[in-house]
Design a protein around this ligand. Structure first.
Ligand code: FAD
Ligand code: DHB
Length: 389
């Protein structure tokens, strides 16, 4: 098989990139290890920045997002006693949209056949080769047969554990990492949200987040030590803990119900540099991870893909290689700013085992300052809504 761009991974990054390239008349093939149902069963991000909504609009795939997405004009930080509202729309003139990663992925998946975007699901032993040449290729097993996909570029959109990043030689790379001593235990339930806007709470007992997918489906998280097992958390135990950590007002509005999904996600900050080596580009979680506080992971994948599509279009349309060479620096400039915001909001809103009374007092003082300062609220709002691409 031969194509212009081989894309590894059909998560949001791979599917977005495939659609953007097809819209420019560039040939590409997406190779994915899992089945479509498995990809859709992973419950992940829920809050979309303008950059992500903009990509759906540009592709003309935003009908369901426009109809079903919830436009959010603000969100709240809770310090155990009060809600500090961040008026995102008032402070920035922009909004975010609640629309699940599952729905974005489904929309992109459903539109692929009609747009001439081949996605090969269930590919085994995917490996990336010859990335330091102008003729890289991807090998895998599909439908019981060994396959080779030749391309001019390979784009690794295969998440944190995929093979693409590992194809870049260590001598050419730098890694930056911070692993956090807790994970987020998430619960999804078909109950109305406790509050029309998201609440991120830092309570004596730990972090909690009240989020949603629709007016009838809620998503909540609490932080737990990494040693915790999801089996030890009955739905009732999670609801009890949420009611305490989110505070009495949110608890009064909370409707309990059976979980339809429950999982623990570890928290990590990670950046791999550079995001291009030879003929291999990396997008999304393949190159970086942010802790989920701040809802940046999916949105960063979208901005990477925006830059990558721009660079590859310049190459195939105008023979401009400079855009491809500049891709890594351009993408990383935005990645580092999102890493900083996610890290700082994680530090502000979680209890770290090593923290003593002084660190707690610093968190309380910072939340108090945010509550009293429009400048501080503006800084948070412009980061939350997403920095310009
Ligand atoms: P992914 O969505 O990881 O997609 C990568 C794709 O590559 C997958 O489909 C995978 O199956 C495929 N792949 C992997 N290996 C191979 C291989 N060998 N061959 C072929 N294909 C392969 N972000 C938020 O903003 N909020 C959240 O609440 C949130 N929760 C998260 C919970 C978890 C458990 C995780 C892992 C992430 C979460 N994120 C969250 C982050 C967000 O979901 C990611 O940033 C986003 O999915 C990145 O998209 P991606 O396409 O780069 O990677
Ligand atoms: C959700 C996840 C996040 O990480 C976040 O910051 C906000 C919302 C969610 O899954 O709804």
């Amino acid at each position: 098989m031969k194509t212009q761009v081989a894309i590894v991974g059909a998560g949001p990054a791979g599917l977005f990139l495939g659609h953007l390239l097809r819209a420019e008349g560039i040939d590409c093939v997406v190779v994915e290890r899992q089945t479509p149902d498995y990809v859709l069963s992973r419950i992940r991000a829920g809050v979309l920045e303008q950059v992500t909504v903009g990509l759906m609009e540009r592709l003309g795939l935003d009908a369901r997002l426009k109809a079903e997405g919830l436009v959010e004009e603000g969100f709240n930080l809770a310090d155990g006693e009060r809600l500090i509202r961040i008026d995102v729309a008032g402070l920035t003139g922009k909004t975010v949209v609640v629309y699940g990663q599952t729905e974005i992925t489904r929309d992109l998946m459903d539109a692929a056949p009609a747009r001439g975007l081949p996605v090969l699901y269930g590919a085994e032993d995917v490996a990336v080769h010859a990335i330091e040449s102008d003729a890289p290729f991807v090998t895998f097993r599909h439908d019981g047969a060994d396959q080779r996909l030749d391309a001019r570029f390979v784009v690794g959109c295969d998440g944190f554990h995929g093979p693409s990043r590992k194809a870049i030689p260590a001598r050419a790379a730098r890694e930056f990492e911070r692993v956090y001593p807790f994970g987020w235990l998430g619960i999804l339930a078909d109950v109305p949200p406790c509050n029309p806007e998201l609440i991120y709470a830092n309570h004596e007992r730990g972090f909690a987040l009240a989020s949603m997918r629709s007016h009838t489906r809620s998503r909540y998280y609490i932080d737990v030590p990494l040693t915790e097992k999801v089996e030890d958390w009955s739905d009732e135990r999670i609801w009890d803990e949420l009611a305490i950590r989110l505070g009495p007002d949110a608890a009064a509005g909370m409707t309990r119900g059976p979980s339809i999904e429950k999982s623990i996600a570890p928290l990590r900050s990670y950046v791999f540099e550079p995001m291009r080596h030879g003929s291999l580009l990396l997008c999304g979680d393949a190159a970086h991870i942010v802790p989920p506080t701040g809802a940046k992971g999916l949105n960063l994948a979208a901005s990477d893909v925006h830059y990558a599509a721009e660079a590859l279009t310049a190459f195939f349309r105008r023979g401009d290689n400079d855009a491809v060479i500049g891709y890594s620096a351009k993408a990383l400039a935005r990645v580092w700013k999102s890493e900083r915001f996610s890290w700082s909001l994680t530090k502000l809103m979680h209890r770290f085992p090593e923290d003593g009374p002084f660190e707690r007092a610093m968190q309380v003082a910072e939340l108090d300052y945010i509550a009293s300062s429009v400048a501080a609220q503006t800084t948070i709002a412009e980061n939350y809504v997403g920095l310009p691409v």
